[in-house]
Design a protein around this ligand. Structure first.
Ligand code: AMP
Ligand code: ZN
Length: 111
């Protein structure tokens, strides 16, 4: 399967790594939308937030453990986690990812 984020998780496409373990890879977004902007992805290919099942939900839970750990390590106290699911919601890469954004004031609701 031709998937950019599978290739990044496999180290075939270069990225600026933030964190890695057997289930999860995290790396800085190439087009940051905040002073700190990294992506947390499962190494296994899951297309998006609409494809979470009983079999893979432990990986999603682990993504959030990683978000907690990495934000603490980076000294980030306030942050936003975003996952766009579907083209009209802003998803461009169809491999589930959590955006972690920090370092500026953010508005709500999002555009
Ligand atoms: P989304 O629009 O939610 O699918 O988010 C995809 C994100 O991936 C965007 O914020 C892009 O800037 C980011 N992105 C695309 N290609 C790369 C890459 N090669 N390395 C790091 N981030 C990327
Ligand atoms: Zn993939």
């Amino acid at each position: 399967m031709d998937c950019l984020f599978c290739s990044i998780a496999a180290g075939e496409v270069p990225s600026k790594k933030v964190y890695e373990d057997e289930l999860v890879y995290a790396f800085y977004d190439i087009e940051p939308q905040a002073p700190t902007h990294f992506l947390v992805i499962p190494k296994a290919h899951i297309s998006g937030c609409g494809d979470v099942t009983k079999d893979n939900s432990h990986i999603i839970a682990h993504c959030f453990e990683v978000i907690t750990q990495v934000t603490k390590e980076l000294g980030i106290e306030a942050f936003r986690v975003v996952s766009n699911c579907g083209e009209s919601a802003g998803q461009a890469v169809f491999h589930l990812h959590f955006h972690v954004l920090a370092g500026r004031d953010m508005t709500w609701p999002p555009g």
